[in-house]
Design a protein around this ligand. Structure first.
Ligand SMILES: [Zn+2]
Ligand SMILES: [Zn+2]
Ligand SMILES: [Zn+2]
Length: 442
């Protein structure tokens, strides 16, 4: 199902007007709430500028739009590349796939991860485009979008180019730099082999044009590496909204969503649908508060050391509340509503019981609606009602409990699951004459 922002931010149209982008030296760009944002509110809707399907799904999902293909159309020349439609095939063949065709397996086997997206970003435009704007692409502008007359679109390659790459600040080791150099040379050869660059080098030395291409490519590889999130699809085991198994199928770069920083306890969650990503507030976000995404496992399932080890590759040290206050993982945090330390509540002692009763009533309404009326939640009305009831149950918990608390995490996850059920790309198993296939559900 497609979703559109009702009131897009005029300068950052992939965000709603509830989101403001700010810049601070040393911190870069980041997003804050322009006004109070409610739980469940859609605050971002973005289509990736580049995406790549993981090799495992390259025979079932379209190389161009990443959606599971009902009737896959193969590339004429590559055995491991399919498209969902003639439109997707034509689009890919006239742009990026022209420069990967016959080499898809080679690139996949090179195992270069997100760097592949850097190559793809480059081949979205002809080489003459970069030559004409060479000075721009060889310089850096990590403040793009901050000028008051600039409209920052995720589809604009200039904005992909402006993404943070931690140039000069990363503590780079020789093996890492050597690896990057090797991959640049490998991809540069591919650009030449596929006719993207036709310049001739002399006596084995790289030509000036090749050096320019290598520098842009290297920067794009880093832009993709630091600004990529995974793309998922949902495997539905049955019709129940709560039976979603999330499967990673590829990775994408969204120059707008990449402006949202990390927290180990984020207030925003993503829902993937092909190249599209929708972002919802999963907590109430007060005016002026930073909007945060997550780049590793949340604090509830991963301890401080494991998270920081994982985040080190993104070149920053997280200072979210979970990290600063060293919150324990899920099994060690509060789970009950009553009898907690007064500091675990937002309300004074004399109001706790009444709020706990409101929580129980909200929960009962939610579970009875799911059980009796719409467990399957097929119709739009049923899905809307389930979202509404889960949101109000979460809100009642938010009024009473301080973080961290198991019930807050549980209801945030429930709401995320419901949003996935409504908006994510989904597949289910279908059996014909003894053969089981995955088919898209809508
Ligand atoms: Zn497609
Ligand atoms: Zn091909
Ligand atoms: Zn953290």
């Amino acid at each position: 199902m497609d979703l559109k922002l009702e009131n897009p931010n005029p300068r950052f149209p992939n965000f709603s007007n509830a989101v403001r982008v700010e810049y601070a030296p040393g911190r870069g760009r980041y997003t804050v709430a322009e006004r109070d944002i409610e739980v469940g509110e859609l605050i971002a809707a973005d289509e990736a500028i580049v995406g790549a399907i993981d090799q495992e799904y390259s025979r079932s999902n379209c190389t161009n739009c990443l959606k599971h293909a009902k009737c896959p159309l193969p590339c004429d020349k590559c055995s491991g590349v399919v498209f969902c439609s003639l439109q997707c095939r034509d689009k890919a063949m006239s742009t990026f796939h022209k420069y990967e065709c016959l080499y898809s397996d080679l690139v996949s086997k090179a195992n270069i991860g997100a760097w592949r997206l850097g190559y793809r970003a480059m081949t979205t435009q002809p080489w003459t485009y970069f030559l004409q704007k060479k000075d721009f692409f060889l310089s850096r502008n990590e403040k793009a979008g901050m000028a008051s007359d600039y409209i920052y679109s995720s589809k604009d390659l200039n904005n992909f180019h402006s993404l943070v790459t931690h140039d000069g600040s990363a503590d780079k080791q020789a093996p890492e730099l050597m690896m990057q150099a090797h991959v640049v040379v490998f991809l540069l050869r591919l650009l030449k082999k596929t006719g993207y660059i036709t310049s001739q080098n002399k006596g084995g030395e790289l030509s000036e044009e090749e050096i320019i291409a290598a520098r842009i490519l290297h920067h794009f590889m880093r832009a993709a590496f630091f600004n990529t999130h995974e793309m998922t699809q949902i495997l539905k085991e049955d019709e129940d909204w709560n039976s979603n198994k999330m499967i990673r199928i590829g990775r994408v770069t969204n120059p707008s969503l990449a402006l949202i920083n990390h927290s180990c306890d984020p207030n925003y969650r993503r829902v993937s649908n092909g190249m599209k990503t929708f972002g919802f507030a999963i907590k109430p976000i007060r005016k002026g508060e930073e909007i945060t995404d997550i780049y590793c496992d949340p604090f509830s399932v991963s301890d401080y050391q494991s998270r920081h080890k994982r985040l080190a590759k993104y070149n920053f040290t997280c200072a979210c509340s979970a990290c600063q206050q060293k919150w324990p993982t899920l099994e060690q945090i509060n789970s009950q509503l009553d009898g907690l330390h007064p500091k675990a509540y937002k309300l004074p002692q004399n109001k706790i019981n009444a709020q706990a009763k409101r929580i129980v009533r909200a929960e009962e309404k939610f579970t009875s609606y799911c059980r009796d009326a719409a467990r399957v939640a097929k119709t739009l009305e049923e899905r809307e009602q389930i979202t509404k009831l889960a949101t109000s149950t979460l809100n009642e918990h938010v009024k009473l409990l301080q973080r961290p608390h198991q019930l807050l995490i549980y209801w945030e996850n429930q709401l995320h699951n419901i949003l996935i059920h409504r908006y994510a790309a989904k597949v289910r198993r279908c059996t014909y004459n003894g053969t089981t296939l995955l088919m898209p559900t809508e």
